[in-house]
Design a protein around this ligand. Structure first.
Ligand SMILES: [Zn+2]
Length: 355
């Protein structure tokens, strides 16, 4: 019998629970990760330094990282290389984790992701999103060797940041719809395993009646974000978690820097993409209703005004969106609406989904 199977790059350990951070010491002492215990720790401006101090890890050097640029990541990568460290732990939010992932790949050492909030699905993914001179780029990096998410620390993070992870994970449904469209229209191969992970992650969060004040909800959200990262690892790209929703979010951050955050924008982008599907393709009505209800339940934005944009500005971002990800076929590229049609659709969208 032929033994056909594929290997999936995935972390050696995933630890999501209250008090998980206490296990970091033993994770780092795992001799598969570091044989001599030469460990570096990168911390962000948030809770990271306090955690590093509390952990009292012997023989480990702490590096402070500010911001999420390629320059910061390269600087850290050089230090890791010159210090001949065996492994690095990145403790903090999305930016710190992305910077550390990139630096670890550059130094050729394993990286342990210790997430202190749940703002997006980059916690356990083989990509790092970093700022450069002309915007933001997505860089292929090694998957974290271990992922530690302490639900107690997540609970202490700013609630708005934690909630925004909901927008990122439910946007998977829109990304999958785009992928399936590209499969039908362009013959793009759709990976069923990646779709399975991405969809189940979104569905796990979509209908839950509780929110970020509940430990159970935080655990499910954390696991859903890990599963989204695994979907990207299976696909070898961000395809299962990034379609028109993320093209719109990247266009907004490019045109209006500082507006809102990743997860909130992904949620609005997904809802608008579903509006286009229902209006022009006659599909996705139930998903649109569910996503809208979910975003509202978690007090997330649904219309441009919620993120401080007027309809004209949002329409400009939608028109610009396909340029943020050349080669990715989504409902936006498929419909190829004119600027006038986009402007009209944004008006109708606000009427349809506004509170
Ligand atoms: Zn995302």
């Amino acid at each position: 019998m032929p033994l056909l199977a594929r290997m999936l790059p995935s972390p050696l350990t995933i630890d999501v629970r209250r008090g998980a951070i206490a296990s970091l010491g033993s994770v780092l002492a795992d001799r598969r990760i570091a044989t001599e215990g030469r460990i570096a720790v990168a911390v962000g401006p948030g809770q990271g330094s306090q955690i590093a101090a509390d952990l009292d890890l012997p023989n480990c050097e702490v590096f402070r990282v500010e911001g999420g640029s390629v320059d910061v990541a390269t600087e850290l990568g050089k230090k890791l290389r010159s210090g001949a460290y065996e492994a690095v732990a990145g403790i903090g939010g999305g930016k710190t984790i992305d910077v550390t992932k990139f630096a670890a790949s550059m130094a050729g050492i394993p990286m342990v992701a210790v997430a202190t909030n749940l703002a997006h699905d980059g916690i356990c993914s083989p990509t790092a999103s970093l700022e450069h001179e002309s915007g933001k780029g997505s860089y292929g990096v090694s998957m974290p060797i271990a992922v530690v998410i302490d639900v107690d620390y997540v609970r202490a993070a700013p609630q708005r940041l934690v909630r925004s992870g909901v927008g990122d994970v439910v946007s998977n449904l829109s990304a999958i719809a785009d992928w399936e469209l590209a499969g039908r229209e362009q013959g793009e191969p759709v990976d069923g395993m990646a779709v399975t992970f991405a969809r189940v992650a979104a569905e796990a969060v979509l209908h839950r009646p509780d929110s970020v004040e509940s430990q159970d909800f935080l655990t499910v959200l954390a696991e859903a974000l890990v599963l989204s990262g695994m979907a990207m690892s299976v696909a070898g790209s961000s395809r299962p978690a990034s379609g028109a929703c993320h093209e719109i979010l990247h266009a907004i951050t490019h045109l209006y820097p500082g507006v809102s955050n990743h997860g909130e924008l992904a949620g609005v982008g997904a809802l608008y993409a579903y509006f286009l599907r229902t209006r022009h393709q006659g599909t996705g009505e139930a998903a649109m209703r569910d996503i809208r209800a979910c975003l509202l339940r978690h007090e997330l934005p649904v219309v441009p005004a919620d993120i401080g944009l007027d309809e004209e500005q949002f329409a400009r971002a939608v028109a610009y969106a396909p340029q943020t990800r050349p080669g990715r076929y989504t409902v936006l590229e498929h419909l190829a609406l004119s600027e006038d049609e986009i402007r009209r659709s944004v008006g109708e969208y606000v009427t349809a989904v506004g509170r």
